[in-house]
Design a binder for this molecule. Structure first.
Ligand SMILES: [Mn+2]
Length: 265
């Protein structure tokens, strides 16, 4: 998709990988705090807003994480444009959830046109090509046939299945860590290919939880968003803020990482 920033957007915030699971958790509180004070005209969520999403009928739970997050975002959506991309944990987010959040869908990938720049927005899991087991799993669960079949199951059954899938994914991660295998990052050639295809200079993504700026070659780079975890030893909740410079400024677009927590209220 091509997303052309409307003229009134001066500041755009990108976040990802909040992995929200319990209303009232410290990370949930950080989101609430951030939404209340952000001056941005647009919020782009680049995947894994939720730890897991097993279908929009979960909104039937008035105290559930989906309903609570939707309430926060819908409130924020009255003064900022909210866009949500699916990640590898919450790829079953559907139109009902988006509507409840007052948000629009952000397909993966999307080219954001902002301040004379084209920025390629993606979650990042699709480019982790060296993880062939995951890529196979991904193509299965992203197929309409698998999704229709899964969503047709009763909600409690989906909850059990999702728990089993998470346990499996955690076990795989632990195995990967203990083996001598190098940690799997996004494939540089795949990123460059994507950037060329979309005529973009910078890629912004999440998924790996390894916040950094990587130069891919002399001209192209990728910016990796941080995950949010307020329960961690070093609590983190970070926003990548894109801000337009003054019309006569040398750099038309300013990109800055901001910590949502620890700063003054
Ligand atoms: Mn992810």
């Amino acid at each position: 998709m091509q997303l052309h920033a409307p003229a009134h957007w001066r500041t755009v915030d990108c976040i990802s990988d909040l992995h929200l699971d319990i209303p009232g958790s410290a990370t949930y509180g950080a989101l609430e705090h951030y939404l209340a004070q952000s001056p941005a005209q647009a919020l782009l969520v680049l995947g894994d807003l939720f730890e897991v999403w097993i279908g929009d009928d979960a909104l039937g739970d008035a105290q559930g994480i989906g309903t609570c997050v939707a309430r926060l975002l819908a409130n924020a959506a009255r003064r900022m444009d909210v866009f949500i991309m699916c990640g590898n944990r919450d790829f079953l987010m559907g139109p009902q959830l988006l509507q409840a959040c007052g948000a629009r869908a952000l397909p993966d990938p999307t080219v954001l046109h902002f301040g004379c720049q084209r920025l390629l927005l993606t979650h990042g899991d699709a480019q982790c090509l060296a993880d062939t087991d995951y890529q196979q799993f991904r193509s299965t669960v992203r197929s309409p046939a698998w999704q229709n079949d899964f969503l047709a199951k009763p909600l409690p059954e989906r909850q059990v299945l999702a728990q089993a899938m998470r346990a499996q994914s955690e076990a795989n991660k632990a195995m990967q860590k203990s083996s001598a295998q190098p940690w799997i990052d996004l494939d540089t050639d795949a990123c460059l290919q994507d950037l060329h295809t979309h005529g973009a200079q910078h890629m912004i993504h999440g998924h790996t939880h390894q916040p950094a700026e990587h130069a891919l070659d002399g001209r192209h780079s990728r910016w990796v968003l941080s995950d949010w975890d307020m329960q961690a030893t070093a609590p983190r909740a970070e926003v990548l803020r894109l801000a337009l410079g003054k019309p006569d400024s040398a750099s038309p677009l300013h990109m800055e990482r901001l910590s949502v927590v620890g700063g003054p209220d």
